[in-house]
Design a protein around this ligand. Sequence first.
Ligand code: ISE
Length: 338
Amino acid sequence: AELRVAVLGVGIMGADHVARLHSRVSGARVVAVSDAAADRAEQIAATVPGCRVIPDPLTAIADPGVDAVVVASPGRFHQEQVLACIAAGKPVLCEKPLTMDADSSLAVVRAEDAFAARTGRRLVQVGFMRRFDPEYAQLRALIAAGELGEPLLVHCAHRNATVPPHFTSEMMISDSVVHEADVARFLLDEDIAAVTVLRPRASRHAVPGQSDPLLVLLETTSGRLIDVECFVSTGVGYEVRTEVVGEDGSAMIGLDLGLVRHAAGGSGAARATGIAPDFRQRFGRAYDIELQRWSDAARRGGIDGPGVWDGYAASAVCAAGVTALRSGRRTETRLVQR
Ligand code: ISE
């Protein structure tokens, strides 16, 4: 039978997932949407025949006509909504971050562990879509096959053209660098032990009072280093690059072929240089693969991708990152024993 999906939160990402589930994912149907903005919910529901608006997200989760849930609401609502999905025994794809801090992520880990102990099934997948991007998968396979020798360093650039005016430097860590926190764990198969954040001179395009760009240094448990340039007001486009440097070679993904210089100046420049305007284009294929695999797994009652532990580990890195940002000091990550 078709998977009947409720999408909670239909902002940029949620609306994109509704369109994806409707037109590109097979075996799934969006039957309900929910959003704090009623007019937005109506507008998105109208794009899918038979899709209802259920204003209260917890009512949508409990609805007997809903088999599985996509959580794309603002991060502060994730914990309550994901816990409700676990209580209802419904598979959920939760956009990153899993929750707003490490303790609340750990609470979700424990709730899902209890469910898994009873049923043998995992219910919560976290929306780290880069794991489904063919280039990232290729890079991981290259490392795993030993083709680069021992990986030693990872250089990352994470740039957005613009972010909304409420986007703080803390959010640069917890909403943006959270992806690199997961990518580092995914590529290197180990945890992040410490975080340091440097604040270079701010761009004049930075949200007033915020430090943009940031330079974030992640240290893995075995002593590998990952540097992340996070710059969210470049005016150029969406640039996400990752280069792994190993003992026997290096490999880089996310390059726009044939380009040397990227000038600011709006969409024209971005289009001329082949840079994606935002994550929906750059990771469109990754999202399609992610949602198809999630939906196939959800029809069998489970998940197929990064789970709550990955969400918790990333939350713990971001918590250390926010402390490091505020204090200017190297901050160790605190993870409970798995
Ligand atoms: C956004 O929430 C994302 O997840 C994007 O991938 C990231 O590039 C952006 O900085 C975030 O705001």
